[in-house]
Design a protein around this ligand. Sequence first.
Ligand code: SF4
Length: 376
Amino acid sequence: MSNLSNIDFENLSRDDLKSILECKKEDILELMSLANSKRESNFVTYSKNVFIPLTKICRNDCGYCAFKQSPDDPDAIILMEKDEVLSTLKEAEKYGCKEALFTIGEDADTEPAVKAKLDKLGYENMVDYIYDICKMTVEETELFPHTNAGNFSYEDMKKLKEYNISMGMMLENSSERLMNTIAHEKSPGKDPKLRIETIENAGKLNIAYTTGILIGIGETKEEIADSLLKIKEICDKYGHIQEVIIQNFTVSPGIEMEDHEEPSLLEMVRTVAAAQLLFDEDVSVQVPPNLNYETSQIFLLCGTDDWGGVSPLSEDYINPSSPWPTLERLEKLTNDAGYQLKERLAIYEKYINEKYIENPVLLEKTKRAQEEIENN
Ligand code: SF4
C-alpha cells in the first residue's frame, strides 16, 4: 500500500505535509498525479512584465542576495529618476508589457545616499517616491504597477494601493531560527513576525497579494510545512493571496552563500506538490521558470498553473545569472506538457473589482486590459 494512503488530503496537517515533503521514490509519481489533479484548467498563465529596480540599496543583507548593491559601488542604482523610469516603461509598452514590476530594496531611505537623492528630488521618503512613480505609470503608460519592496506599514500600503493593482513580498520562511543563520542573520526585515504582519495588513486592506517561500536556505522540512500552513492560514482569513511562489535558492557568483548547496529537483517537486495540495484551486502555485530553465516542465506535472512575471526586455535583477526563457520557449514547454499558455495581468481576474481596486480610473483601465487579453 502507498505511504500516501495515511494522509488526510482534505485537511492537511503539519505531519501530513512533512510526510509529503519526505515522500519516497516509489510514491513520487502518485504524489505528482494527485497534485496535478487539483488543476482547475488547461491554461498556464504568465504576466508580461518589465522589471524596474528603483533602487538596489537595501537595509538587509541576506546571505543569498544577488540584488543589493553598496552605496559605495560606483555602478550602484541609488535611485532611478522619473524620466529614466518613464523611458523604460515606454520601451516596455512597445513589447506589449502590462506589468511594471517595481522591485526595491527594503527601507532604502534609511541609507544617507538614497535620502540625499530623495531630498534633492523633493521627496520626504521612499514611499512618497514609489507612490509618485506608480501614479505616473498609471497616468502616462499602458502598464500596471506591482510593487515588491519588502515590509511596509499599514498606512504606507494603504497609500500605495491607490496606484498598484497588486503587491507582493516573499515570506521566505516563517522560522525565527533562520534569523540566526547565514541566510537572515543580517536582515532585520526578514523577521517572520514583521513579514507576517505585512502580509496580513495587505489582507486587511484588500490588496491582491503574491507571496511565497524560498527553498534551500537551511530550513527543515518542519519549517517548510509551518511556512506553508502560515500562508494558508492568512489566505483563508483574508482571501487576498492570489499566488504562492515556491522559489529555489540558486547560487550566484559572489553571494555569501556561494558554497551552499542548492535544493534538489525532487525536493522542489515534493514542496510544489505539498503547496498545490494544501491551497485551494483558485490560488496559483508558481515556480520561477528562469531558475529552473531545464526542469520547469516537471512542475506543470505537479499542478503549477502559472509561470509568473516574464520579461521580454529586462533581466531578472534578483537573479542576474538566470535569464528569462523567451515567450516562444515558454509556449513550447507549455504545449509540450499538454497545456496552453495564456497571458494574465498582475492581478488575477477574480480580484478585478471595487474591493481590490478602489481607484475608479485604475479599475476601468484594468477592466479594459483584461478584456483585451480575453479577446486576443
Ligand atoms: S534579498 Fe532582498 S531583502 Fe535581502 S538583502 Fe537582498 S534585496 Fe535586501
